[in-house]
Ligand binder design. Sequence first.
Ligand code: PBG
Length: 326
Amino acid sequence: MKFPDTRMRRLRNNDSIRKLLAENRLSTDELVYPVFLIEGKNKKDIISSMPGVERFSIDLLLKEIADVKKLGIKSILLFGVTDKKLKDSDISKSASKDGFVQRGISEIKNKFPDMVVAVDVCLCGYTESGHCGIIKDEYVDNDKSVEALSELALSYALSGADIVAPSAMMDGMVRGIRKALEDNGLKNTLIMSYSAKYASAFYGPFRDMAESAPSFGDRKSYQMPPSNSREAMREIELDIKEGADIVMVKPALMYLDVISKAKERFDMPLAAYNVSGEYSMIKFACKNGLLDERSAVMETLLSIKRAGADIIITYFAKDILRMINE
Ligand code: PBG
């Protein structure tokens, strides 16, 4: 009788065998859930471009965090969203310890001391221009922006953030922030840098959420061109030298090769950001019956895991945990 040399199908014979032999597994510990904070009380906005994601004022956000904690989420990434009318080019107001984001951070940490709170550090949610830095003559001024980002990061760290996550793609921002933290005795605040952040079309739904689309031009003079991956390695290397604790590739799905290259090259905790466009694209396809949500979400997150991410930042965190818990 002739038979194949190796029967690979033995490895897939039933669900228990397949589970036993899984090379990659998703766990609650590695997921980070992004949350959006707005000013005010008893406020909740539904964002039509991101089904299932909402922005909350602090009282309602605390309830949301209690819910996601029950599901098993242990880490959140907080974004402060200022009202359009309040956007201002004077960043020191946003960096005040009485700012709504700073108060929000301390309320969250008071109520949930063991929740890891990472806070996005960028200026685009606060500036009138919608750019990630400070504008001088229609150009984002790098070094002035680093000063402002350092001030902002320090204010978040002083309010109790466990991790500050600069996402502005300014040169030297990690060094500036590390110095500000050290100078103020904040030895244990982690820096998770958005090291290789691409100028991506897939941030579209997020910009609706954060009302942070640039009012003129685009972000191509600071975010990376989609054509390049060696440049991403240089960006990551610089952030490591400047003192980052965690490096990041963003978006995730469009840049799985970059994640995998970074994983091989650097012995650093590596985060991948499964961004708003990647989320909404799949959500809308599922809502319209084109994809089976359960398997589509699992497959998506497993692809990021398989590429080598240690940490996955994803709006699917709640969905996936419901699935894992089932
Ligand atoms: C701020 C920031 C952005 C995202 C995270 N931090 C938007 C941008 O750079 O325009 C995008 C997140 C997402 O799309 O889910 N700079």
